[in-house]
Design a protein. Structure first.
Length: 419
C-alpha cells in the first residue's frame, strides 16, 4: 500500500474532482492525505480523508480566506492578477513547510494539481514520484493555442500566432514571482532548475479531466499527457436539499456563476430579467459568496438556492447558464445540455471559447451582459437543436473516457504505487 499525498488549491472547483480521484486511488488500496492551505473544508473530511494544513504562520487561514473572498469581488485582468498573487503566496508556504510536513506524514508519492506549482518541487526535494492533474482548463502553452484567459479560438496565420505569443508572454510575466521562488529553492537544494512553468509539472504522467473532444487541436502536449474526462465520484451529487415541489413543469433554465466569482448581484439580476417573459422556469445557485435571501425580489420569481443537486437539475434543463467554470461545463456536457456562458475571469474565457468552438453553446463576456443580449442568446440556444446535438456528441465521448477510475489506474501504474 502506498501513502499518497494530495496538493490542491482549497477551492471547490479543484477539490471536488481531486476528492473523486483520491477516492478512486483509495479504492485501489492506498492511503490518502490532503495537504491544503486555509481551513480544512468539510468536503474532504466528510469523504474520510486526513488533512494536513500547510499555511501556518506563513500564509495563515484568515489571510487565505480573505484572499479568496476578495477574488469573488473581482473580474477580468484584476481577478487574474489577484489569483496569481494568491498562487505566489501559496508557493511560498508550500516550499517552506511542505517538505517537512510530507516527510513527517510518511507519504510515498504525490498527486499535484497543475496550478499548485510548488508541489512538484516538494516531490523532487524528497525524491518522491508525482503526478500532475489538471482539474481546471489545461495550462500547457502552445503557439497555435490562445492563452487560457482569451476568448479567441485557434486560427491559422501569422497574426493569430503573434497574438498567442504576446498573450503567453504576458502570462509568463505574471508567473515571474512564482518561478523565482521555485528556481531559487531548487538551486539551493541542488535540484534541476526549471526554465518555464511547464517544467514544474510531472515528467511521468499528466492527467486532464477534460474529454479530448472538448479541447482545441493540440500538437505539443507531452507524451505523458492523458485526457480521462470528468473526474467524479460514482454516487454523483452529494445529498443537497432542494425544493423540488416548486418546479412547475415549464422548461427549466439552470444558472450558476460558481462558488468563487459569484458575488455579481447585478449579473444575477440581469439573468432573471432576461428570462422574464420566456415560458421557462429559472433556478439560480449563488454558492457560498452570496446568501439567497440577500438577492431581494427578482423578476419572474426564480428559485434561488445557495447550493443545488447540480447534475440532477441540469438533466431536467432546457439549457444551462454558466460562468464557464470547468466543472459546471463538464456537468452540462455529461448530460448533453447546451449552454450560454458568461465568463468572468481566469480560465473561464478559454472554457467559453471551447463551448462555442464545440458548437455546444454561445458565450457573452460578463461586462457585455444586458438582459436583451442575454435573452437573444438564450432564445438562439434553446430553439436551435444544433447546440444540444453538439453537446450530446461530447456526452457520448465522455461515456467512454474513463474518468476517475482510469485516472487512478494510470497514476498507480505511472508512479508504481503497487510496488
Amino acid at each position: 500500500m502506498a501513502h499518497v499525498g494530495i496538493f490542491s488549491p482549497n477551492a471547490s472547483g479543484h477539490l471536488n474532482p481531486m476528492i473523486a480521484l483520491a477516492d478512486a486511488i483509495r479504492s485501489r488500496g492506498h492511503r490518502i492525505t490532503f495537504f491544503l492551505l486555509g481551513a480544512p473544508p468539510l468536503s474532504v473530511s466528510a469523504a474520510g480523508f486526513e488533512v494536513v494544513q500547510l499555511g501556518g504562520a506563513i500564509f495563515p487561514s484568515d489571510e487565505h480566506k480573505a484572499g479568496i473572498q476578495k477574488l469573488g469581488t473581482l473580474s477580468g485582468r484584476a481577478a487574474l492578477s489577484h489569483t496569481t498573487a494568491l498562487l505566489s503566496r501559496a508557493t511560498e508556504a508550500i516550499l517552506q513547510v511542505g517538505p517537512s510536513l510530507v516527510r513527517e506524514a510518511g507519504v510515498t508519492a504525490l498527486v499535484v494539481d497543475q496550478s499548485s506549482f510548488a508541489g512538484g518541487t516538494v516531490a523532487d526535494h524528497l525524491g518522491l514520484p508525482f503526478a500532475t492533474v489538471c482539474n481546471a482548463l489545461i495550462l500547457n502553452a502552445e503557439p497555435e493555442i490562445p492563452p487560457f484567459f482569451s476568448f479567441r479560438q485557434p486560427r491559422n496565420g501569422w497574426w493569430p500566432r503573434l497574438q498567442n505569443k504576446i498573450g503567453w508572454a504576458g502570462l509568463n510575466r505574471l508567473y515571474t514571482p512564482i518561478m523565482k521562488q521555485i528556481q531559487e529553492y531548487r538551486h539551493r537544494h541542488g535540484l534541476i532548475v526549471p526554465v518555464q512553468i511547464a517544467d514544474t509539472w510531472s515528467n511521468r504522467v499528466q492527467i486532464s479531466q477534460q474529454p479530448v473532444t472538448f479541447e482545441f487541436p493540440r500538437q505539443e502536449l507531452p507524451q505523458q499527457f492523458r485526457f480521462v474526462g470528468p473526474i467524479r465520484r460514482p454516487e454523483g451529487d452529494t445529498a443537497v436539499e432542494f425544493p423540488w415541489s416548486k418546479l412547475d413543469g415549464r422548461p427549466l433554465i439552470y444558472a450558476s456563476l460558481g462558488t468563487l466569482q459569484n458575488r455579481a448581484v447585478a449579473t444575477f439580476r440581469m439573468i432573471a430579467r432576461a428570462c422574464t417573459g420566456l415560458d421557462v422556469q429559472l433556478v439560480m445557485t449563488t454558492g457560498r459568496g452570496l446568501a439567497p435571501q440577500n438577492m431581494g425580489k427578482l423578476p419572474g420569481r426564480p428559485i434561488i438556492v445557495a447550493y443545488a443537486p447540480q447534475v440532477k437539475l441540469i438533466r431536467r434543463s432546457a439549457l444551462v447558464i454558466t460562468h464557464a467554470g470547468l466543472n459546471t461545463t463538464l456537468d452540462a456536457l455529461s448530460v448533453g445540455a447546451p449552454m450560454v456562458a458568461i465568463p468572468i475571469t481566469n480560465e473561464q474565457p478559454g472554457i467559453a471559447a471551447r463551448i462555442a468552438w464545440a458548437g455546444a453553446g454561445e458565450t457573452l463576456p460578463a461586462k457585455r451582459v444586458t438582459p436583451r443580449r442575454l435573452r437573444s442568446l438564450l432564445m438562439r440556444v434553446w430553439k436551435n437543436p444544433s447546440y444540444r446535438i453538439a453537446s450530446e456528441r461530447i456526452r457520448q465521448s465522455i461515456q467512454t473516457s474513463g474518468g476517475a477510475p482510469l485516472a487512478a489506474k494510470i497514476i498507480e501504474e505511472s508512479l508504481a504505487l503497487g510496488e
